[in-house]
Design a protein around this ligand. Structure first.
Ligand code: SF4
Length: 328
């Protein structure tokens, strides 16, 4: 590990000032410390933001929830309001990592976790995300975990998290404070980016930007499902995951929101998949049509070709479960 300086910020202004000077924020450190030990990330200065007043969950004026950026994953998943009204979020969080990691990992940090591409973590290998212009070891290499949608010829990595997949289905927003003190709010579906020709940039954060909270709209109702398919039953990243919130009315799907993990560089949401389902009576034929739409541009990279049929089967099983239309 390279030498670095460490300081604690007592308020958001001090944190922003430190970040404007080039410091990297640290909160739970559950991904950053690993990356520093491997010298994949080599910040010269860390500013600890754990003392900022960002660790509460509160009701918003419109009846939604505001989850502070420093609320731990464990506390978020255990909150009675989250469990009752946003069950897909609690389920997704509890599907990720381990109890010990969830006790340290924070809401803001979880959004910023980096890909688990093997080549990204191995500094001896080519990786455009770690070192722009060096190439991509995963293209033509070992790519079992990699993307089937939205990849580029520069990078085929996937976003590894679970929490953000549920947040995408919930239409959550991310609140961000910039180093100049200005504030902005972006939909979580626009927070992460596709790799394009800048795979080094995972999300829309600019230097010095601090995530302050995630806000959830009023409770969506309906049936909440989060299904994660992985190599082990715990402590493993998603090969494919699906978050679903479905509302039924008179035997038809009155509303449905679907988000997918493990298949792209960002939590994947495709309105066309939802549109074909809305207003229709659930059936296997309908669910297969939805999968056709989801996967029409899917492309395997060799070792991950299996993800295309796996995503189809996972989606159709989740749709059966969420709409109450048969065994899943
Ligand atoms: Fe790096 Fe992306 Fe290629 Fe992995 S897929 S080696 S993260 S450029």
């Amino acid at each position: 590990m390279r030498p670095f300086t460490y300081s604690r910020a007592e308020d958001e202004g001090a944190a922003a000032e430190a970040a404007a000077g080039g410091a990297t924020f640290i909160a739970g450190g559950t991904n950053l410390l690993d990356l520093m030990k491997l010298e994949v990330m080599t910040p010269e200065a860390l500013v600890d933001i754990n003392r900022l007043d960002l660790n509460t969950i509160s009701q918003t004026e419109d009846g939604g929830l505001r989850i502070g950026a420093l609320v731990t994953n464990s506390d978020c998943a255990a909150d009675p309001r989250v469990r009752a009204d946003y069950a897909v979020l609690a389920k997704a969080i509890l599907a990720g990592a381990s109890g010990q990691l969830r006790n340290k990992a924070t809401t803001g940090g979880n959004l910023c976790q980096r890909t688990r591409c093997y080549y990204f973590y191995d500094t001896a290998m080519a990786c455009n995300k770690r070192e722009p212009g060096s190439g991509c070891g995963a293209i033509g290499g070992v790519n079992r975990l990699h993307a089937i949608l939205g990849a580029s010829d520069q990078c085929i990595a996937t976003y590894p998290g679970d929490m953000a997949v549920a947040l995408a289905a919930l239409d959550a927003d991310v609140e961000i404070r910039s180093s100049d003190g200005s504030e902005k709010t972006v939909p979580v579906t626009e927070f992460h980016r596709l790799p394009g020709d800048m795979p080094e940039k995972d999300n829309i954060l600019e230097s010095g930007d601090l995530i302050t909270a995630v806000t959830l709209p009023p409770k969506p109702g309906g049936t909440h499902v989060y299904r994660k398919v992985r190599d082990r039953s715990s402590y493993a990243f998603a090969l494919v995951s699906v978050a679903a919130i479905a509302r039924m009315d008179a035997g038809k799907i009155s509303d449905i929101r679907l988000a997918f993990g493990g298949i792209a560089h960002k939590p994947w949401r495709d309105p066309a998949v939802e549109d074909i389902l809305k207003g229709e009576a659930p059936s296997d034929a309908l669910f297969e049509k939805a999968a056709d739409i989801l996967l029409k541009d899917a492309e395997g990279q060799g070792s991950n070709d299996f993800k295309i049929p796996l995503a189809r089967r996972t989606l159709t099983a989740v749709l059966r479960q969420a709409t109450g239309s048969g065994a899943s």
